[in-house]
Design a protein around this ligand. Structure first.
Ligand code: AMP
Length: 281
């Protein structure tokens, strides 16, 4: 497995792959890997012949410096996991490689970045699209994989890819969960035992919404149902709840007639966790 730190090394490796007739799958991550990330690697491996994983904790997508500082890191363990998974190449660029001129050039999906979670975390999705566009240019992959867990991020990246005409297929990968239903996340290790137990309210609320949707319901009733379940858990603070059209994230109201994405963000002891579920009537 190649470990690269510069754009020029990355370019020449990717060029060599292409000249040999290989196809390239990209998996962007911020490290501290878990089985969710490995599901993205497996999806890239199914779709292409060479897999490139990037590990870069992107300051541009963090609102608060403290959150960036606290982001967990373990390079050695990450590399061992990727080697075991049969990844071909890992790009771990320093900050100056990715942002040689700070934030002089940014990429933003102007509507999608500033609705929903984007309202709670101003600048977050602009940071994501800015770094993903740069990574796309460094690696020039055929395919790039993103998790459905970060549902708005997946839709924002798809929109940017279409609008900038990157010749890259974006693959959305279903959320990988712990046995008790908690979506795997690098943030989970920061939860104390009581908060960890309390997080079960997330999957409980989404399961209830899924069932209600299948039985026939309205968007308004889904909001009420989820809010009631989340607020019944004293350790949970609901930070964001949105139920929108599954494809373009536009607002929907009234009876549930098409597939809807439920996106939820809840804080437990200062740790913000996201989860999502796509439900249909
Ligand atoms: P991160 O390292 O948190 O930036 O995540 C990198 C990629 O992994 C993103 O596309 C995430 O959506 C995806 N991801 C994170 N957690 C999971 C999970 N539990 N299941 C599937 N994909 C995930």
């Amino acid at each position: 497995m190649k470990i690269l730190r510069t754009i020029s090394e990355c370019r020449s490796t990717a060029d060599a792959y292409r000249q040999a007739g290989e196809t390239i799958g990209l998996v962007p991550t911020m490290g501290f890997l878990h089985d969710g990330h490995l599901a993205l690697v497996a999806a890239a491996q199914r779709a292409t012949t060479r897999t490139v994983v990037t590990i870069f904790v992107n300051p541009a997508q963090f609102g608060e410096a403290a959150d960036l500082e606290a982001y967990p890191r373990n390079e050695e363990r990450d590399l061992a996991m990727l080697r075991d998974a049969g990844v071909d190449c890992v790009l771990m660029p320093p900050l100056e490689e990715v942002y040689p001129n700070g934030d002089e050039t940014i990429v933003e999906t102007t509507r999608m970045a500033n609705i929903l979670h984007g309202q709670v975390r101003p600048g977050h999705f602009r940071g994501v699209t800015t770094v993903v566009a740069r990574l796309f240019n460094f690696v020039q992959p055929d395919v790039a994989c993103f998790g459905e867990k970060d549902y708005q991020q997946l839709q924002v990246v798809k929109q940017m890819t279409r609008d900038l005409a990157f010749p890259i297929d974006i693959i959305g990968v279903p959320t990988v969960r712990e046995p008790d239903g908690l979506a795997m996340s690098s943030r989970n290790v920061r939860l104390g035992p009581e908060d960890r137990q309390a997080t079960l309210v997330l999957s409980r609320s989404l399961n209830a919404a899924d069932q209600a949707a299948a039985e026939g319901t309205t968007i308004e009733a889904l909001y009420d149902l989820i809010k009631t379940i989340i607020t019944s858990e004293p350790r949970a603070t609901l930070r964001g709840l949105d139920i929108v059209a599954g494809d373009d994230l536009t607002e929907i109201t009234g009876p549930l007639t098409t597939c809807a994405a439920i996106m939820i963000s809840v804080e437990f002891g200062g740790i913000l966790l996201l989860d999502q579920r796509v439900v249909s009537p």
